[in-house]
Design a protein. Structure first.
Length: 296
């Protein structure tokens, strides 16, 4: 089947994705593509791939001549060692899923290969990493920025694709890209949801049956916020959503914040024409889920 067929999954005749686990080899592979004048699309991931990741891969395949996906569970972005240990790892399944896309190369480096020396770099992102995820996960965005910078130096992508479920991460990566002067275009892609509204996440597979049954109530509360925000002040809307989270069995909200979409500055009141998004983090047992919803 020709590679020029756009946006199609190869259910019956999967491609063999080239898997490279070595930084130098990956660099050479990409250099050959660049030398041949091909644009390189890149989808960095931590594995446990789901439809959300695959939608990024498919978009990259439509918009670039070659697509690279990486799987690397980045230890320096976890602020709790228990979270790192429990992060799902399923490389065989991931490779099988990628083989049904038109992804060309999968980069799966080892920790030693990515971080041969201790990491000391400290980025400064101003208030971008002081609110919400930044406030509750100290050091998280520094770890994300360091690994994405390293991956960009190896893959040298023309375009890189990230989901907007991690909207704050997307803004931090845009800022890191600007600071490091990477020529890569950063593309934010829509949140992909399960049919019942739960935002797709690699962490969802850790939910018990009971937690999974109740987790879509997070989306329902966000939809309520979208449909009714005009009837509330900002703090009252945040309280209403927090109240709705508190009655989900097994759920514990960490934050519910309405902020400006572009700057992430938390809003105290509605300002006409100011784009507002509600950002939330909710624990279901010990599994932390994040989501967001554009209000206007
Ligand atoms: O969103 C993720 O999966 C990770 O934070 C990323 C961007 C791959 C960096 O490790």
């Amino acid at each position: 089947m020709p590679r020029s067929v756009v946006g199609k999954r190869y259910k019956h005749k999967p491609f063999n994705v080239i898997t490279i686990d070595n930084v130098e080899e990956a660099r050479h592979w990409v250099a050959r593509q660049r030398a041949a004048g091909r644009s390189v699309g890149f989808v960095p991931t931590m594995g446990a791939l789901h439809e959300g990741h695959l939608s990024l891969v498919e978009r990259s395949c439509r918009e670039n001549e070659v697509t690279v996906c990486s799987i690397f569970v980045n230890p320096i972005q976890f602020n709790k060692s228990e979270d790192l240990e429990k992060y799902p790892r399923m490389p065989e399944t991931d490779i099988g899923l990628l083989e049904e896309t038109r992804c060309d190369m999968l980069f799966m480096p080892s920790e030693q290969n990515m971080y041969p020396e201790p990491v000391t770099k400290q980025y400064s992102f101003g208030h971008l990493d002081e609110v919400m995820e930044g406030a509750f996960r100290p050091g998280h965005f520094n770890g994300v920025a360091i690994v994405v910078d390293r991956l960009f130096r190896i893959v040298q992508p023309t375009r890189a694709y990230f989901g907007t479920k991690d909207y704050q991460q997307l803004l931090v990566i845009r800022e890191m890209t600007r600071q490091e002067e990477h020529p890569t275009e950063i593309i934010g892609c829509p949140i992909i949801r399960e049919p019942d509204g739960l935002a797709m996440s690699s962490r969802n597979i850790r939910l018990t049956q009971e937690q999974r049954k109740h987790a879509p109530a997070i989306y329902e509360a966000l939809r309520y916020a979208k449909e009714n925000f005009r009837n509330y002040t900002v703090p009252d809307l945040e309280n209403e959503v927090r109240k709705r989270f508190n009655i989900i069995p097994g759920a514990k909200p960490e934050y519910v914040t309405v902020a400006d979409t572009n700057t992430l500055v938390p809003l105290k009141k509605w300002i006409p024409n100011q784009p507002a998004v509600m950002y939330v983090a909710v624990y279901m047992g010990d599994i932390r889920l994040i989501d967001n919803m554009i209000l206007e």
